[in-house]
Ligand binder design. Sequence first.
Ligand code: ADQ
Length: 469
Amino acid sequence: MTAPQRLVVVSNRVNPPAAQGEESVGGLAMALAAALKQYSGVWFGWSGQTTPEFTGELNVVEQRGVTTATVDLEEIDLDEYYNGYANKTLWPLFHYRTDLAAFHRAFGEGYRRVNRRFAETLRPLIQPNDLIWIHDYHLIPLARELRRLGVKNRIGFFLHVPWPAHQVMINLPRHRQLVESMFDYDLIGFHTAEYQQAFEEYVLNEADGVTLPPGRLRAFGRTVETGSFPIGIDVDDFARMMKSGRARRMRDLMTACTVFRHLIVGVDRLDYSKGLEERFLGFETFLQQNPDLRREVLMLQIAPPSRESVEAYQEIRGRLDALSGRINGEFADVDWAPFRWVNRNYRRDELAGIYGAARVGLVTPLRDGMNLVAKEYVAAQDPEDPGVLVLSRFAGAARQMEEALLVNPNSPEDIADALKRALSMEKAERVRRWQALYENVVREDVTAWRDSFVAALADEGATRQGLAV
Ligand code: ADQ
């Protein structure tokens, strides 16, 4: 498909497309790199660097067919906007962890300031016909700031994390203001219909909004279109990677490490939303309940640290270190240990090889907008002898992947039962389930996601009353 207009993509961090298989972490970065390969335009965001004072100076680079434009932030922006409002307020709240959410006015002020700064820096790059596509919870009020600067272009927003239930959302001080700012978009996209409905419920209950079918909402004197656009992986790139020497070597290595054993694999950023403690307990319960199967499994959990300057992330690391030690202490033998806990990044081609060697993909977040690891695991399986995906029902991916073994990630017993079932599943059932999953992974890949969102955003007829003038 050729793009009719330029696309201006905005996200907090900007990661230009990596060379094949190179290290990269974060589903959003991966998906956007794939999306931008096809469109002309520019990808704007924070450089990841700080300076003593904000200068607004742009660093424009052309790399592998994608133009990126980045700006440094001030140290205080990092504390209040990124570590503060984004990662200590919105992230825990949107993942239903109100117990971990910090509500400080300074965070909210930093968030508004950075969104204003982004808008002012981005403004000169915008041409009249550009489509503007803003990503994720860091930048919810960016359209409002751009409209204040006179931008009339069509602007879309995609939320990569869940939109929480109404009763959770209202824990946020000034929630109404945040939602009102979303009515400066033309289109708001969510991963699933469930998040879209939760947003709608908020608007109807808190803002006296009305629905204008199909998929449009009116409140605050404006109309916005909403839709669900499930994100997927870059299937073609993944298939190429699976054939690479590194992927094969890693697959062979892992197969050699698990002779006479089945590999169970988990791959996540080290984040409390990913349900790692409950998953470890689930594996421990499985070992306790199945003495006859103990020596037949190895669980490998890969989880590189993320957001280490946020306390909640330091604490969870300590608890997981202790739990993994306890499991091995309890069950290991002189010649064998059941659990491997690894805290580093791997190249994507190496990860693909690891997934390929695993009989079970254990993906059990407590909440997750979508979860791309589940899709990568499916894409890496041997069609003749595929492994089994065990998936949390609270991942957005569960809506599309019903042929996985769906579990309640809060229940170690549920996880233990699913592991047992996965390990004893006959080949015919594994193949049948995998085929249905794989069809979905191929059909709803990153290209389908990008094209459906951009088509809806470009569709002038769909909405119009929404623009703030
Ligand atoms: P994330 O929370 O980062 O993304 P996810 O969708 O699982 O979660 O993506 C993680 C990505 O990082 C995967 O592509 C995975 O391969 C990669 N990765 C993980 N561990 C790695 C390691 N050790 N080494 C190298 N790569 C690693 C957010 C939301 C999700 C949503 C995505 C996309 O939280 O719910 O699916 O955005 O919208």
